[in-house]
Design a protein around this ligand. Structure first.
Ligand SMILES: Nc1ncnc2c1ncn2[C@@H]1O[C@H](COP(=O)(O)OP(=O)(O)O)[C@@H](O)[C@H]1O
Ligand SMILES: [Mg+2]
Length: 261
């Protein structure tokens, strides 16, 4: 299915498997609504998958099942060869293995930027506070907000807050990062600064699932585009193939609506 596997940092031993996130026969209902229908999706280590599709097609729910913010009715999900844990410590660890960045930035309003990026490391990863702060500062520098460390989220622009949210997720050394429309709530002039951070992450070999309507990002960073409609994966292919030659009518219709303005 996926032909691409980007090699991570040199030096590590070969991973046991190249398949990092595997969904098999996943179904999910909200009452009578069948929001995820027989989803099969395998994401390889280092792969960047962009998920697109009309509003209400199940993209967010798909992301949320991967870190078990939503349970599924049937089917299996595994991360790095292990089924998703049900609860407790194991679940907390899973949540930190799967970094998530939402449309709304979800930073802790009453903590400074530095505290936002330090907290999870200390609480979940049990990292020593000083070490955690050092790492937080390195990551904040990497996403270009190192000079904002002592401010509170409300004092930052939306683009800066979203970059802090990315740094916070990265601080947990996640195996995979999920982005659910990370630039949709941003003013237009701030979209690129966030996309650039994501581009760099992709180049560094991070495994990423990105729900976005930013087609430029999909074209340049994605290994694969997954197109969803009505709770199903209707089509998946390499970006060039998908954008130049969509196969399904649903995808053609969707692309004609978003690409012509
Ligand atoms: N917690 C919920 N309870 C009931 N319905 C929901 C809930 N979350 C999402 N839905 C519905 O499930 C469908 C898929 O939603 P969602 O995954 O958010 O789609 P997308 O992200 O593609 O816009 C939509 O019809 C939405 O209204
Ligand atoms: Mg959504």
């Amino acid at each position: 299915m996926s032909e691409v596997s980007v090699t991570k940092d040199a030096g590590g031993s070969a991973p046991a498997t190249d398949e990092l996130v595997v969904l098999e026969g996943v179904n999910k209902h909200f009452g009578a609504l069948h929001v995820l229908q027989d989803i099969d999706l395998t994401i390889s280590r280092g792969e960047v998958v962009v998920v697109i599709g009309p509003s209400g097609s199940g993209k967010s729910t798909l992301c949320r099942t991967i870190n078990r913010l939503e349970t599924v009715d049937s089917g299996h999900i595994s991360i790095d060869g292990r089924p998703l844990p049900q609860e407790g410590k194991e679940l907390a660890r899973l949540r930190s293995d799967v970094g998530m960045v939402f449309q709304s930035f979800n930073l802790f309003a009453h903590k400074t930027v530095l505290e936002n990026v330090t907290l999870g490391q200390v609480k979940v990863r049990k990292t020593d506070k000083q070490e955690a702060e050092g790492k937080a500062r390195t990551l904040l520098d990497r996403v270009g907000v190192g000079n904002q460390a002592d401010k509170y989220p409300a004092q930052l622009s939306g683009g800066q807050q979203q970059r802090v949210a990315i740094a916070r997720a990265l601080a947990m050394d996640p195996k995979v990062m999920l982005f659910d429309e990370p630039t949709s709530a941003l003013d237009p002039e701030m979209i690129n600064e966030v996309l650039e951070v994501m581009q760099q992450l992709a180049r560094d070999g991070m495994t990423m699932v990105v729900v976005t309507h930013e087609m430029g990002f999909a074209r340049s960073a994605a290994n694969r585009v997954v197109f969803m409609a009505d709770g199903r994966i209707v089509e998946e292919s390499a970006p060039e193939q998908f954008f130049s030659n969509p196969r399904s009518d649903r995808a053609k219709d969707f692309l004609s609506k978003i690409l012509h303005h």
